[in-house]
Design a protein around this ligand. Structure first.
Ligand code: AQP
Length: 332
């Protein structure tokens, strides 16, 4: 089986529907075909200011939501990044073969640091893509499913793998990105031209997996639309309605055209009620299962520890080869 690697940051108490559609649903469907590693990337989450107690809680909650959404820790390896020490160690080694200018060309860093200002921006945020490269390369990964905003980071990962291999001898598998299509990208319900995000300033347009069903329902009924009144997909002219159609289609697996037909000649109210029912029904069992898992944190921690052991076995072997190749003296 080919190996797959992906992860998410524990940057909120709940994941949002974009994470669910854009990542979890895809991951769930790939578990059979691939030897999959899914990580809760807590070391990445501390590249922006965080509250320690909250980070611990968010990390558990993120892991619980992976499982609740159908990532099976007995089949895939589902673990917390910081439980496997090799991530931070390989990131250091890779940073020594990464060009300063090369890292400076990463557009996500440019965007985020511009928003924060230079003094509030950490060096860790700058080297974030190098840590991501370490995550992927440690597991000799063949495929990395990511959103198109992460494509540049996977390109860097490939460059670093090839550079290391040619300088020190064949060590890493060079991974390929699997870019999810534009149709899997979900936008904020109140601001349908910006991507829905865990760290959005306002929560009014964010559908959280762990929200009470009544809140989810309210947010959908209040979603921004337009004054045309017809349910049809047109991303440029009708971003609000198009986004709702994307969600409807992704959750039900039905083509957009079929949903347009169903609601032809009916108002947005009817359409939103339909979507509300679909989303609430989809979230309900996931939310219930996540809360059940979180009610027994000791058991959840045990599962994560066992999975971290499995991950460490693969990661440590790669790291040992890397240390050997770069010429670090083995401890006697
Ligand atoms: N709006 C979205 N539509 C489709 N997919 C999405 N993803 C995130 N938002 C959407 C996918 O979810 C995974 C999360 O990766 P991440 O936690 O590393 O951070 P992110 O991509 O930056 O996601 P967020 O929710 O916006 O988090 P914050 O606010 O912490 O930065 C990825 O696979 C991503 O493609």
């Amino acid at each position: 089986k080919q190996r797959l690697y992906s992860g998410m940051q524990p940057s909120a108490d709940s994941l949002q529907i974009g994470n669910y559609i854009g990542a979890l649903l895809q991951w769930r469907g790939m578990q059979d075909e691939y030897d999959a590693f899914f990580s809760v990337v807590d070391l990445h989450a501390i590249t922006v200011p965080q509250d320690p107690a909250q980070l611990r809680e968010k990390t558990r909650r993120t892991a619980a939501q992976y499982i609740a959404a159908g990532i099976e820790p007995s089949r895939s390896t589902l673990y917390v990044q910081s439980h496997v020490h090799a991530h931070a160690e390989l990131a250091w080694i890779l940073s020594t073969i990464t060009g300063f200018g090369e890292a400076g060309r990463m557009t996500q860093f440019k965007d985020k640091s511009q928003k924060q200002g230079a003094d509030a921006t950490s060096v860790g945020l700058f080297t974030y893509p190098v840590l991501m490269a370490a995550d992927i390369l440690l597991y000799q990964t063949d495929v990395v499913p990511v959103g198109d905003d992460q494509k540049q980071h996977v390109e860097l990962t490939r460059d670093l793998a090839e550079r290391f291999n040619s300088r020190f001898g064949d060590t890493f598998t060079v991974p390929n990105p699997v870019i999810q299509s534009e149709t899997a990208r979900i936008y904020d319900l109140q601001e349908p031209t910006s991507k829905m995000s865990k760290s959005a300033e306002s929560h009014a347009g964010v559908l959280w997996l762990l929200d009470e069903p009544s809140i989810t329902a309210k947010k959908i009924m209040r979603a921004v639309t337009d004054s045309e009144g017809s349910v049809r997909y047109d991303r440029a002219a009708k971003p609000g309605v198009s986004n709702l159609l994307t969600i409807y289609s992704a959750i039900t697996g039905r083509p957009v055209a079929e949903i347009e037909d169903e609601y032809a000649g009916r108002g947005y109210g009817d359409f939103k009620k339909g979507l509300r029912d679909v989303v609430v029904a989809e979230f309900e069992p996931v939310r219930a299962r996540a809360l059940e898992l979180l009610a027994d944190p000791a058991e959840l921690d045990r599962v994560l520890a066992a999975n971290a052991d499995r991950a460490a076995e693969v990661a440590d072997a790669t790291l040992a080869a890397v240390y050997e190749r770069v010429g670090l003296l083995r401890r006697g």
